[in-house]
Each structure stands twice: as C-alpha cells, then as structure tokens.
Design a protein around this ligand. Structure first.
Ligand code: ZN
Length: 257
C-alpha cells in the first residue's frame, strides 16, 4: 500500500465499514477528494436565522467535504460518484491506496449530475474509467438532457466518452451486486441514494450536517426543489434513527452520520 496521505488514509481506515445484506458482504471506503479543508458557507443556508447559526458555532461556515465512495463486494469494485476531477483531486491516489486502479472499477453509480459528482469521470474529454458501466437514474438523466443551453453539457460529454457503457435505470430495476436505488429527489430532479447492505450512500441530501441533521427544514441554495429536499432529508434521517448508517458526499470526516 502506498501511503501518499497518511492523515487522510487513517481517516479512511476509521470510517471503513463492513456490512452485509443477504448474500453480499460490502466494504465501504470513503474517498475524500478535497485536499484542503472544505467549509460550506453560511450563505448557502439563507433561511437559517443568524441566532441559530451562532448558537451552533457555525458563523465561519459548516464543515464539509467533497467525497466519493468505493465499495468492494465479492470481487467487484464499485464507485459511487467520481467527485469533480479538480487538479488536486485525491480520487486516484486514494483508489491506489485502496489497491484499485481506474481500469479495475466495474460499476459507477451516480447520485446526481452536478459537476462535483461527475467531473472525475472525464479527463480532457476522455473516459477515466475504461471498463466501468456508469449507472444513472433515468429520471435524472432525462431531466438534465432536457435542460437548456450548457446545463446538459456535462452529461452529454459523459455519454460521448462512455457510449453504451452509460446505463439508465428506474427505481424498480434490479441493479448489480445487490445495490438498491432509493428515491431521494429534491436536490436534483432524479437525485438518488443507494442502499448498500446495512448502509445508505445518500449523495447530497445534506450539505451541512452540523446544521441540517438537527434542522432538516433548512435547504441549501443548491437544492433545486427545496420542499421536496426537506421531505427527502426527513425520510433519510428517519432511516438513520432506525439504524441505517447514512453516508453523504458532503459530510465531513468520518463521512457518515
Ligand atoms: Zn455536490
């Protein structure tokens, strides 16, 4: 194992979870893509009153991350989102430290089509993952394809690079490796969480857990349908109360609730 970033890797070791569902055993590895600390600005939550932000000590911002997750199960390597492909992206070094190469990733499940979740799929317009099938909820795919102007460009570029390896699915469809898609609409039209054994990889259901895990009524400015995102957040927090380990792409270490 090549230790490029000791502190990051020790965090990953702490956060790693093994879980099982039916015949599948899953190991979940968070991949923090950002190298320097990441805070969500207080202004991302314009509806949260100053008094509450002060009470929670979040005036300077809310601790967060830009993360993806690698799941290993039964000889398969599954990536959940691909972060944003920034020049200092930690996606590849962390995959390497987990003894996985881009070519070895079998499946990529996308939570939604914002750039900080799909940017890492491409490098100079080419597919980074040469063998992986890329799964996108059809509701999300159709909504972004129908968007005006440059908004659909990210998705179109992925389709050009990955061709037939882009697979759309509905919530009723059976997915590989026993992964289940869970409706988590609101942040984007087809925003999707994934059930992985006893855990849930919940995408962008929260952008500031220190605020929203206690006060789910406050949506982030990025949430396209705020009312629906509140409903989704409450439903996922209920799952967490019932014992599901909920991971998120913008949760700070240890990347789960
Ligand atoms: Zn995001």
């Amino acid at each position: 194992m090549k230790l490029r970033n000791l502190s990051l890797l020790s965090l990953i070791a702490c956060a790693m979870t093994a879980c099982s569902s039916g015949q599948n055993d899953y190991e979940i590895f968070p991949i923090q893509d950002n190298l320097s600390p990441r805070m969500m600005g207080r202004t991302l939550f314009p509806d949260a009153p100053d008094s509450l932000i002060a009470e929670l000590g979040l005036e300077e911002g809310i601790p967060a991350s830009v993360s993806a997750f690698l799941v290993k199960t039964d000889g398969n390597e599954i990536l959940f989102d691909a972060a944003n492909g920034a020049p200092d992206s930690q996606l590849m070094p962390v995959l390497e430290s987990l003894q996985t190469t881009a070519d070895e990733v079998d499946y990529i499940f996308i939570t939604h089509l914002h750039g900080d979740h799909i940017g890492g799929l491409l490098k100079e317009g080419e597919a980074v993952f040469s063998n992986a099938l890329v799964y996108i909820n059809k509701t999300e795919y159709d909504a972004w394809m129908a968007m005006e102007g440059r908004q659909s460009e990210g998705l179109r570029n992925i389709c050009n690079a990955y061709g037939e390896r882009v697979k759309t699915f509905t919530l009723e469809d059976e997915l590989p490796c026993g992964i289940e898609a869970v409706e988590a609409y609101g942040h984007t039209p087809g925003h999707t969480a994934y059930r992985v054994g006893d855990a849930l990889i919940a995408g962008d259901v929260m952008h500031g857990t220190a605020l929203q895990a206690r006060y789910p009524e406050f949506s982030a400015g990025f949430d396209m349908d705020k009312e629906m995102s509140v409903k989704t957040r409450r439903a996922i927090l209920k799952m967490a109360e019932e014992g599901v380990k909920v991971y998120g792409m913008h949760f700070p270490a240890p990347y789960h609730l």
